[in-house]
Design a protein around this ligand. Structure first.
Ligand SMILES: [Zn+2]
Length: 471
């Protein structure tokens, strides 16, 4: 995968969808190569003059890989026929892919368990299932989630680990690198073919002081630079709630929709907007941040500098405090949710009141963005209708009836892996593999479709819709 490449993939519906406008494509590319992240660091992204060549080569390469994904394995002549590439071009691309370990070449007869024929045996090119191609990272304040996808776009490894409470961006970069390498070692994965790393970070990733979403905050830039130095591949970054939104619209609860509002309701309250199939950033990179819309200008101060923010009213810590203030003893988040699910007061009222507040915030956002689907992520979303019903009621009460009647309100489907998977989706989109990303097979249930050899050091990648564990 090469940053900037794009391929039209027959049979995936790409021809019926809106094509990327050149200016949009440039903007994504810009984010991918990371002007800010390279400041003062050795730049492994090739100079601009080779970009055109890389793009062309990248799209040819993507075409070869897409054919191999579809078919499992092909001879060189079959690849030539299917991709329409010349013998010389195909040979160059295949040599490069072989060298990187992205593909392997095997005798077709041996593959089929047949005895060797006389003469030159027919060779088949196949994707290397053990080759790590895309790495998705979800970096939170105290923990880290890594997923690795191979060139067949199968998730072949995932891991979650705790982070040291203290440590700057360089230490975080080193901790991520160590986690990736340990996961690869444990799963027997080859990191040679890695093409890019997607990095999800909490909070502001793009500097809100500028109007340029390609300018990252210093911390985000340093963490990304540490990773780029270590693995010598492009690193694309974004806010992890926004990446979770991207994953849900690509492979999760909102798959198939073009316009969604995503809310992450957890330790904090964040969100993401997808409009016409694309993530929306806004002028300052904070579009969809519904947690910091003030619901009470005279309310309690918030860490964002505002007052009476939604996050301060409904976040999991705020609900725990509200429950305790009413004489409840929820203990922790799991306790609060268990009590609410069992109908125990005051937990139940605290949770449903918070859902009503969230519903008001979402209704305001929905009234302006007119989504097809609202996705609610985070621990309380696992309560299903207990929180979704008050949300739907607010939506019906506060939105235009014509819009609210047909909007779908759903619990997130990808669980705790959403942001790391979203980082993989961001890599694929940045590589020009567009809005149609049908290729990562995600488990429908525990270990259902995980690659058989997946190195899994945590829970299953995804949980069934409506039962999404979050933390
Ligand atoms: Zn705030």
């Amino acid at each position: 995968m090469t940053a900037g490449s794009r391929t039209d993939r027959p049979g995936t519906g790409s021809d019926t969808r809106r094509r990327e406008r050149p200016s949009e494509h440039r903007a994504t590319e810009h984010r991918a190569t990371g002007r800010a992240e390279t400041a003062g660091e050795p730049d492994v992204v090739p100079p601009e003059r080779t970009d055109a060549l890389r793009r062309l080569r990248g799209s040819h390469e993507a075409a070869v890989l897409a054919e191999l994904r579809r078919s499992g394995g092909l001879s060189r002549s079959a690849l030539m026929t299917r991709t329409g590439l010349s013998r010389t071009t195909l040979s160059e691309i295949v040599s490069d892919l072989l060298e990187r370990g992205t593909v392997a070449e095997k005798s077709a007869a041996a593959e089929a368990g047949l005895p060797r024929q006389r003469g030159r045996p027919a060779q088949q090119i196949t994707l290397n299932a053990r080759g790590a191609e895309l790495i998705g990272i979800d970096l939170r304040r105290t923990r880290l989630q890594v997923v690795i996808a191979n060139s067949a776009h199968e998730v072949v490894g995932r891991r979650e680990c705790r982070l040291p409470a203290r440590g700057g961006p360089d230490e975080r970069g080193a901790a991520i690198a160590a986690a990736v390498e340990e996961l690869a070692r444990a799963g027997g994965l080859d990191l040679g073919p890695v093409q890019g790393i997607g990095l999800g970070l909490p909070g502001y990733v793009h500097d809100p002081a500028t109007a340029d979403p390609a300018v990252m905050t210093p911390d985000a830039a340093r963490t990304a630079a540490a990773l780029r130095r270590h693995f010598r591949v492009p690193v694309v970054t974004d806010n992890n709630a926004r990446l979770a939104a991207l994953a849900e619209v690509t492979w999760g609860a909102a798959r198939g929709y073009r316009d969604i509002v995503y809310a992450r309701w957890s330790e904090g309250v964040g969100g993401g907007l997808v409009v016409d199939g694309r993530l929306v950033y806004g002028a300052h990179g904070v579009a969809g941040e519904l947690g910091h819309v003030s619901h009470d200008p005279a309310g309690a101060p918030c860490h964002c500098g505002g007052r009476g923010c939604l996050e301060g009213r409904i976040s999991v810590p705020a609900m725990l405090a509200a429950c305790a203030a009413r004489g409840g003893t929820p203990g922790d988040a799991a306790g609060l949710l268990a009590q609410a699910a069992a109908g125990q007061e005051p937990a139940r009222t605290v949770v449903t009141d918070a859902a009503t507040d969230l519903g008001r915030g979402l209704a305001a956002l929905a009234a302006q963005t007119d989504p097809e689907c609202l996705v609610i992520d985070g621990e309380p979303a696992t309560l299903g209708d207990l929180v979704l019903t008050p949300l739907r009621e607010q939506l019906a009460a506060l939105s235009l009836p014509s819009a609210s009647r047909s909007v779908h309100v759903r619990a997130a489907a990808l669980g705790d892996n959403a942001a790391a998977l979203g980082a993989v989706a961001l890599l694929l989109r940045t590589a020009g593999q567009g809005e149609e990303l049908p290729d990562i097979p995600l488990p429908a249930g525990p270990s259902a479709t995980v690659h058989p050899a997946a190195a899994d050091t945590t829970a299953p990648v995804a949980s069934p819709p409506g039962r999404a564990p979050q933390g």
